[in-house]
Design a protein around this ligand. Sequence first.
Ligand SMILES: Nc1ncnc2c1ncn2[C@@H]1O[C@H](COP(=O)(O)OP(=O)(O)OP(=O)(O)O)[C@@H](O)[C@H]1O
Length: 209
Amino acid sequence: MITVKNLTKSFGTRTLWRNLNLTVPAGRMLALVGASGSGKTTLLNCIGLLERPSSGHILFDNTDLTRLGPGGRRRFRRDKLGYLFQDYALIDNATVKANLDVARRRGTRPDYARILERVGLAGRENEKVHYLSGGEQQRVALARLMVKQPTLVLADEPTGALDSANSAMVVNVLREMSEQGCAVVIATHNDGVRDACDLVFDVHEQREL
Ligand SMILES: Nc1ncnc2c1ncn2[C@@H]1O[C@H](COP(=O)(O)OP(=O)(O)OP(=O)(O)O)[C@@H](O)[C@H]1O
């Protein structure tokens, strides 16, 4: 479960949100919505420890993420967190398989063939990522998430580069991960993605819809 408590984020004199509160229980999907510029990505970045909030707390189960030192932040990212962000953060000059290997936990042997088939990339493991299309790279990023099996997923417009069939596939995979106990937070402008979530939070209005 992730709990955001009285979170405030300012850039200089501009305050994006003040005393924002929200909770995403394990096993639930929450859509972050709101006008462009309302701070959805910034909120994901704060939860994902990529940016520091100006004040407030972010609790993951009983751990206050805002108080973690460098080692704790690294372990949280490594052990708990899965990102699905717009730049995909893949290793460009490596193969699909090598990108999945990076996410593999020690001692686990995920079924790459099954995972790649699930994301529509069956048989593509030996292709270099930089030859893949934007939508294919987005699906490699999803496959990497399935390999990692995080307990918290942060997704920023995860269907941005995809057609409707692949968008539905992404939502279904995220739903399966949530059903396995993961908390999923998705920033989106897509009404279909929003409707597929259990909870909807408007970042501009700072309230659940
Ligand atoms: N490092 C930064 N320094 C100054 N301003 C920033 C910084 N990062 C983000 N902002 C500003 O904060 C605002 C919110 O940006 P953010 O990307 O979080 O919005 P968003 O709701 O995700 O928008 P969109 O729907 O267009 O993706 C924007 O006006 C942006 O310019």
